[in-house]
Write a protein that binds this ligand. Structure first.
Ligand code: FAD
Length: 425
């Protein structure tokens, strides 16, 4: 499985200065031990420390090394699954409670950026763009569904209105919404870590957990040390892998890749996305794109399911960008990088508890920027004895990925089939 070097990442190149943290050595004790310094772990740690608990985070690499420091920066609304699917499977009461959680997630990101003064290029506004007649119908359904749950203010854009918003001939319609948006994800993550530190959280970097005690005496063991605690939070998501087999069997790490162009200048950038929103398409294989704070095109997509990184990442993603914006043919690609998204079989987040003292959250299935912040908070609330929202999220039971050690080739085959279906639809 490729580690995905992120040294050519635009986010690394433009990250704010941040403190480095020591390696864990010897035995320490805390109220809560957290594995992973991405959004889920930091969010849980921040909430717990602000409530007066002692919290230690153990991170295998550095803060934001995982998906939280590499993602598309898109603050998404709702879940990867439609509300109708959630309602049909789990009933109206659960669907409504799940909606309230998802609805609070982008707001939580906005509130934290404001409260902790995190400088991360926050912009509000999001568009879901459809290339086909069937996508336009899907967008209308989504809009009606959102209205039903009280999320009003979205607009279906077509014709000249759409052309004004996105400088591409690709799309037949787009659903514009005010509640989604975008950020510089690594700078947001570093800001969250800074807030956690201020609240008293201790962070250990370059401290990979090699063994976890998930019984009544939780502990995270690394090569050189151990953290013993009353409670443990597992927030390693797609990067945790076999360290916790129960979680790993229910999660598939999927490679996703992003390119950043050279800066385009204010006018040229405005000609691509005039309102500076985040954009995603409606196809099975997702494209996601937006402008950076310094007006580059950041274009992501082209998933891989094999665990191998493509040789030429730029050459892998650039054709997708030119498919949408052929006018960028002459533009230089200055940054390329990739990372692992954790997906679940049914694409809902996997939130729960192992034994009575180990809490976890993973598998946001590409919608994790906002949801991981919210789920981290929900884990913290559950540890403090307020489990209402934890109970809602843990109602979504997660089957294991079929195929055992052959699951990756099986998934690759399955995705290939969906890609063909998508092209023919
Ligand atoms: C390329 C890409 C694009 C994406 N785009 C978007 C997007 O635009 N919008 C959106 O909503 N979501 C997006 N996502 C998903 C989103 O980034 C994730 O859902 C979210 O960041 C998950 O946060 P996390 O804290 O749960 O996991 P992570 O950020 O992956 O953090 C897990 C941490 O745990 C650490 N860890 C793992 N194992 C161990 C161990 N054994 N010991 C110690 N530490 C360990 C890792 O090093 C890592 O730092 C994208 C993801 C990728 C990869």
């Amino acid at each position: 499985m490729a580690k995905f070097d992120d040294t050519r990442s635009y986010y690394r190149a433009t990250a704010h200065a941040a403190p480095s943290h020591p390696q864990l050595e010897g035995e320490i004790k805390a109220d809560v031990a957290v594995l992973g310094a991405g959004y889920t772990g930091l969010s849980a740690a921040l909430e717990l420390a602000e409530a007066g608990l002692s919290v230690v985070i153990v991170e295998a690499e550095t803060v934001g090394f995982g998906a939280s420091g590499r993602n598309g920066g898109q603050i998404c609304t709702a879940y990867n699954k439609s509300m109708a699917t959630i309602r049909n499977r789990f009933g109206e009461e659960t669907a409504r409670a799940a909606w309230d959680i998802a609805d609070a997630a982008p707001k939580l990101v906005g509130e934290r950026i404001k409260k902790y003064g995190i400088d991360c290029d926050l912009k509000w506004g999001y568009m879901h763009a459809g290339e086909k007649a069937s996508h336009v119908e899907d967008l209308k359904e989504t809009q009606a569904e959102w209205d039903q749950y009280g999320y009003t203010g979205s607009k279906l854009l077509e014709g000249a209105d759409l052309r004004d918003k996105i400088g591409s001939e690709r799309y037949k319609a787009a659903l514009w919404e005010p509640g989604g948006g975008h950020v510089h994800p690594l700078n947001y993550c570093l800001g969250l870590a800074q807030a956690a530190l201020k609240a008293g959280v201790k962070i250990y970097e370059h401290s990979r957990a090699i063994r976890l005690d998930t019984d009544d005496n939780p502990a995270i063991h690394t090569e050189k040390g151990v953290v013993r605690a009353d409670y443990m939070v597992l927030a390693g998501n797609a990067y945790l892998r076999e360290t916790q087999p129960y979680l790993f069997r229910r999660l598939m790490p999927v490679g996703s890749y992003i390119i950043a162009t050279e800066p385009l200048g204010e006018n040229r950038a405005k000609g691509l996305i005039s309102g500076d929103e985040a954009v995603t398409n409606c196809s099975f294989i997702v494209d996601y794109f937006r402008l950076s704070g310094d007006k580059r095109m950041l274009f992501g997509g082209r998933a891989t399911y094999s665990g191998l990184e493509p040789n030429d990442l730029g050459g892998f993603v650039r054709p997708r960008m030119l498919h949408v914006f052929p006018q960028l043919e002459d533009v230089k690609i200055e940054h390329v990088w990739g990372g692992y998204i954790g997906i679940t079989v049914d694409r809902m987040p996997h939130v729960g508890r192992i034994g009575s003292r180990t809490y976890f959250s993973q598998g946001y299935s590409g919608h994790g920027l906002a949801l991981s912040n919210m789920c981290g908070k929900i884990l913290a609330q559950a540890i403090r004895g307020q489990a209402e929202q934890f109970d809602v999220m843990s109602r979504f039971k997660h089957p294991i990925f079929p195929g055992g050690k052959f699951r990756t080739p099986l998934l690759t085959l399955g995705m290939f089939w969906y890609r063909i279906k998508d092209a023919l639809a």
